[in-house]
Ligand binder design. Structure first.
Ligand code: V47
Ligand code: SF4
Length: 395
């Protein structure tokens, strides 16, 4: 599967007028010619300081595919356990605990249902469920949880368990990835989130996530899911020790699988937060997150290189609401939605609020001159919102 749809010639021609760096112009002309970008093109974009030019190209490509509509889902994050066997080797993670460590928790089914109870208002349409690699949270734990959630909240989509968690369950249950996925789907799993990817490069993984599922195996679990018709998201954790070449290797692996299966729904780059984790202390980076320019470039390069992805999502909790708003002009067409009680990023120093209201999200999208739309988990638009006084945005 190449190209979500063709790129509009007039939009691209106008974008090219805003490009000042000849290296970025060459990439833009390649896109205009219909050719596919290669890793060298991606590197040229990452190395350029022509942020406006890169953003203009990404915006033109995004608008060709998605128009001016920016979607969000009304979702709720549930993190059922922070107990994780990789607690000491994922040095970037401030969320996990060893089983007997202070602060360790594992929800009972009743606790999960109590946390999910706010979905009874009918507004929440998706549970996003991820947690640690907990030896006591095997297949039966999640089957029981998904069945109960579906019984109590039949209208709510279950997006649950990263590839790393699926592989963990498979290992402790001595099952194949495929059989775990089949059993979980039968219990209520609808789609999978993109977490656990970090950066695929073996050298980076050794340094920040030793013992974690290898990059090729992350791809393998997603392939197994796609073969079963389970759609998934994918991510890249950036802004730690990875090189630009590592970023391109990662994007290439995602694009290759998408060519093969078409099973990815969205790409979500995740900005590394250095507070309250060992890696941040080792790098001496406390309090210093990724820069807004790099955040925008990550999203824009994702939009341009991943020409077979329709959706690129910005995670406002990680990059702040102002950068997320700007990102809507850098190739982004989807925002992580009204998130209730998020824990993972707030354990590592995200100072953003833990949830945004519907009105706040709509105002943020309108402020960028875009049209907000609530979507379901498969990106079907559920409702749009009439703008009180639409201001024309210069094209
Ligand atoms: O894999 C952990 C990241 C991810 C830190 O699929 C950190 O819709 C930054 O993948 N700094 C899990 N990031 C979350 C995730 C996600 C989020 C929103 C939407 C979707 C989706 C997926 O969180 C982990 C890891 O890459 N993470 N620690 C940190 N210190
Ligand atoms: Fe465990 Fe995931 Fe944290 Fe690694 S990032 S320690 S696998 S919860």
């Amino acid at each position: 599967m190449q190209r979500a749809t063709g790129v509009s010639g007039p939009l691209l021609a106008r974008a090219l007028q805003r490009v000042s760096d000849p290296a970025v112009r060459a990439v833009g002309e390649k896109i205009a010619s219909g050719a596919r970008l290669d890793r060298a093109d991606g590197l040229a974009l990452y190395r350029s300081v022509d942020l406006i030019g890169i953003g203009s190209l990404a915006d033109a490509v995004n608008r060709s595919v998605n128009g001016d509509v920016v979607t969000f889902a009304s979702n709720q994050h549930i993190n059922p356990t922070n107990v994780c066997v990789l607690r000491t080797t994922c040095t970037f993670c401030g969320y996990a605990r060893l089983p007997k460590e202070a602060g360790a928790y594992r929800y009972t089914l009743d606790q999960v249902l109590a946390e999910a109870a706010s979905a009874a208002d009918g507004m929440t349409r998706e549970f996003h469920i991820v947690g640690g690699l907990d030896m006591k949270a095997g297949l039966a734990y999640y089957q029981e949880m998904f069945r109960a959630l579906k019984a109590n909240f039949p209208h709510v989509h279950v997006k649950a368990l990263t590839a790393v968690e699926i592989a963990h369950i498979a290992r402790i249950e001595k099952m194949t990835w495929r059989d775990v996925l089949i059993a979980l789907r039968e219990a209520g799993l609808d789609t999978m989130p993109g977490g656990g990817a970090e950066t695929f490069s073996a050298a980076v993984r050794d340094r920040i996530a030793g013992k974690k599922l290898a990059g090729a195996d992350y791809i393998g679990v997603h392939r197994a899911a796609h073969e079963l018709g389970i759609r998934t998201n994918c991510t890249m954790l950036y802004g730690h020790v990875e090189t630009l070449e590592d970023r391109m290797e990662h994007l290439q692996m995602l694009r290759d699988l998408q060519d093969e299966t078409g099973g990815f729904l969205a790409y979500i780059p995740l900005a590394y937060h250095p507070d309250d984790n060992e890696l941040g202390r080792e790098l001496g980076r406390q309090g210093t997150s990724t820069g807004g320019g790099d955040d925008l470039k990550m999203l824009a390069v994702g939009r341009l290189f991943l020409d077979n992805f329709r959706h690129v999502k910005s995670h406002w909790i990680m990059v702040s609401q102002p950068v997320s708003q700007l990102s809507l002009h850098y190739g982004v067409n989807d925002l992580e939605g009204t998130v209730v009680r998020e824990k993972i990023y707030h354990a590592v120093g995200a100072h953003t609020p833990q949830a945004m209201t519907l009105d706040g999200l709509i105002a943020l999208i309108r402020g960028a001159g875009k049209q907000p739309a609530e979507r379901d988990s498969f990106y079907n638009v559920l409702r749009t919102f009439e703008s009180p006084s639409p201001e024309p945005v210069p094209a």
